[in-house]
Write a protein that binds this ligand. Sequence first.
Ligand code: ADP
Ligand code: NA
Length: 323
Amino acid sequence: MPRVFSGIQPTGDVHLGNWIGAISRWAADQEDGHVFCIVDLHAITIPKDPEHLRTKTRDLAAWILAAGLDPEVATLFVQSHVREHSELAWVLSCSTQMGELNRMVQFKEKSAGKESVSAGLFTYPVLQAADILLYQADEVPVGEDQRQHIELTRDVAQRFNGRFGDTFTLPKATMPRAGARVMDLQQPANKMSKSAESDAGTIMLDETEKKTAKKVMRAVTDSGSEVRAGEDKPGVTNLLDLLSAVTGREIPDLEADFEGKMYGDFKKAVAEGVNEFLRPARERHAELSKDPAELDRLLAIGADRARNIAETTMDTVRDRVGF
Ligand code: ADP
Ligand code: NA
């Protein structure tokens, strides 16, 4: 079985788009050997309030566990809990050329127009390479914007292997197995996102059922009164897609259910469907949030599992380099 590595930034609160598109999928696809790393070291490349970072890191872990990820099956851990990430990043930075980092498009984008930029933001791809290579990962599911970093990871690994002897598996970038794309309830042309101007179109996992229902009831619909999917009906289509994603039912069946009914009835069903779908996770998340010792215990299991692999790799690296 290929070893898969995924890094997840602990920034922002979880919304229904992240949940359906990513987090709930990780739990569904968990396999022995899949490594999920909450990358808090990466988060500080851009200044973060310490308490906020600590809270967000734990909160994201709680949501991933609430999705059903079993820390005895997959490995879920916090990057800063395994010191080898920083150590390998240093070693690899000495096998990385300035010119290679200068070519990284994401750095250019993130630093554009900024008055001051940290060296960490510049060397970020080296830390990312360390994350992946520590676990001898075969596959890294990433979006388009991250492919260049995986290429760099391969180049650096190859250079290191060439110089010091075979040490690292060369990983390859794969397409993430994504769930449905969820659109903004107020602007159905845009995807639901934490960076939307207003949160009226974004369903947050940590809001009350009442608030979720209110947002769905206020979602934009289209002219006419028919509940059917179509290009001329982006609002209703989005709600149908959403109802389909949360109930697992096909769009034509849903359209048939609401034939002759009003938008109001339809939205009520969507609101109930979404809340029912999220209820078990919201309950589990609330339990974990009330029991920080249990969350710590689960994260410690993950860190131990991760450290086991990371230490083996680092032992070889130290030896090869001459430490
Ligand atoms: P945001 O767009 O809110 O900033 P991120 O970029 O942090 O979200 O995305 C985190 C993960 O959630 C990614 O895997 C991304 O593909 C997924 N995701 C984000 N928004 C949506 C959405 N509206 N529908 C489906 N998946 C999404
Ligand atoms: Na984003």
